[in-house]
Structure formats: structure tokens, C-alpha cells
Design a binder for this molecule. Structure first.
Ligand code: ADP
Ligand code: ZN
Length: 220
């Protein structure tokens, strides 16, 4: 199996944005448990029905549900190219389950990249963000409007959507969950000598270049 990269960081740190760029730059597959869960909610599957209210409250969905949707996705053949995990693992239990899952195919985590940001800025970033409904390109009310109002720069689409959990109150709950459950994984991956810390308050393109340098080095 190809490289296994983990993106760690609070909501709004830019995990999704950078994962999409790493897909483009390196031909890897982005696996976002948030996207997988939102798809399950939209499809009304059993997992989705259970996850919906938890996600809207900004709490963590149970490890069992998250692992079920992730395992389904990892059963598809394209993941052999290598993956960027975005939003997973988020708990010590998920990290252990991931190691087990990778061990089955003789793999292990190639690098865990921690996007280091300031919490206060995340509330503003997350509450203003929205995406193109057709291609998923990300935008922001203050920081990144489309060049032509109402039209996606990337695909020309005119429909946009906002996530139900991208509001100031829910972001605070998500930041709390991040610090309580997920931030301890930074030390975990440091002990395994696969941790890379990346200052991530700068420009999207600057961070992209820094990540490309890291991935080029570890995934060679
Ligand atoms: P963000 O990183 O911006 O919070 P995500 O799309 O990764 O956004 O996650 C949105 C929500 O989906 C989380 O607040 C949580 O409820 C749920 N979720 C996503 N991934 C996981 C996970 N690995 N474990 C538990 N819950 C998750
Ligand atoms: Zn678009």
C-alpha cells in the first residue's frame, strides 16, 4: 500500500483544503471521515441516522460508527495508491484501530502532520466558510470570495452550501472535543517518530508548499 498520511488539527485548521491539494499534487486519496459521515447522513443509512444529532451538536461520533464508515471506504481498491486521512483518527481508540487495520496489510502510518493554528482564529474561519455544491471548492465570506460573485472559480457552478455544524456555538464545542480527545494524539505520533509540525496560520499556498516538501521526503 502507498503512503498513509494523517492530517491533525482543530476544525478550521485547513485539513480538508490541504488534503485536496495533496490529492492533486501526489495522486493520493483523501479520506475524510467528516465527508463520509455527512454522506451517510444524507443517504439516511443506519450509521447516518445515529450520527446526525451528534454532529450537529459538535460532539464526536462513536468510534464504532466512524470505524464502520471508514472500513467500508478502505475496502475500495483506489486506496492502494496511498491515503490522506483528514479528520481521523480523533481518539486514542481510533488511532489503535487504525494501526490494527494497517497492520493487516503490512502497512503503517507514514507521517502524522499537525497543522498548528490559534484557536481564536478558528471560530471566525469556520463560521464564514462554504463550498461549491458541484465541485467542493472551499470559499469564505471574508477571506475567499469567488472572483465573480455567485460563480465558482473552479467549475463555474452557481450552487453553494454550508455545513449545518459551521456556526460559532458548534465550533466552540468542536474545539473542546479536539483538545480533550484529539490533541493527545500529537504526542502519540511524536513517540512513534512520525510527527511533523507545520505552522498553519499563513497562506494556503505557503502551507501547501511546506506539505509538498514533507510528503516528497517521507513518501518517496
Ligand atoms: P472539522 O474538522 O472541521 O470539525 P469534520 O468534517 O472532520 O470537520 O467533522 C465534522 C463532524 O463529524 C465532527 O464534529 C464529528 O461530529 C464528526 N466526525 C468526523 N470525523 C470523526 C471521527 N474520526 N470521530 C468522531 N467523530 C467524527
Ligand atoms: Zn465548483
Amino acid at each position: 500500500m502507498g503512503p498513509v498520511l494523517i492530517l491533525l488539527g482543530p476544525p478550521g485548521a485547513g485539513k480538508g483544503t490541504q488534503a485536496r491539494m495533496l490529492e492533486e499534487d501526489f495522486g493520493l486519496i483523501q479520506l475524510s471521515t467528516g465527508d463520509l459521515l455527512r454522506a451517510a447522513v444524507a443517504a439516511g443509512t443506519e450509521a447516518g441516522v445515529k450520527a446526525k444529532a451528534v454532529m450537529e451538536a459538535g460532539q464526536l461520533v462513536s468510534d464504532a460508527i466512524v470505524l464502520a464508515v471508514l472500513k467500508d471506504r478502505m475496502a475500495e481498491p483506489d486506496v492502494a495508491k496511498g491515503i490522506i486521512l483528514d479528520g481521523f483518527p480523533r481518539t486514542a481508540g481510533q488511532a489503535a484501530a487504525l494501526d490494527g487495520l494497517l497492520a493487516e496489510s503490512g502497512g503503517k502510518v507514514t507521517a502524522a502532520i499537525s497543522l498548528e493554528v490559534e484557536d481564536e482564529a478558528m471560530v471566525e474561519r469556520v463560521s464564514g466558510r462554504y463550498t461549491c455544491a458541484s465541485c467542493g471548492e472551499g470559499y469564505h465570506d471574508q477571506f475567499k470570495q469567488p472572483a465573480k460573485a455567485g460563480t465558482c472559480d473552479k467549475c463555474g457552478g452557481t450552487g453553494f452550501k454550508r455545513r449545518a455544524d459551521d456556526n460559532a456555538e458548534t465550533v466552540r464545542a468542536r474545539l473542546q472535543a479536539y483538545h480533550a480527545e484529539t490533541a493527545p494524539l500529537i504526542a502519540h505520533y511524536d513517540r512513534l517518530s512520525v510527527l511533523e509540525r507545520v505552522p498553519a496560520m499563513g497562506s494556503i499556498t505557503g502551507i501547501r508548499a511546506r506539505l509538498a516538501e514533507i510528503v516528497g521526503r517521507v513518501a518517496a
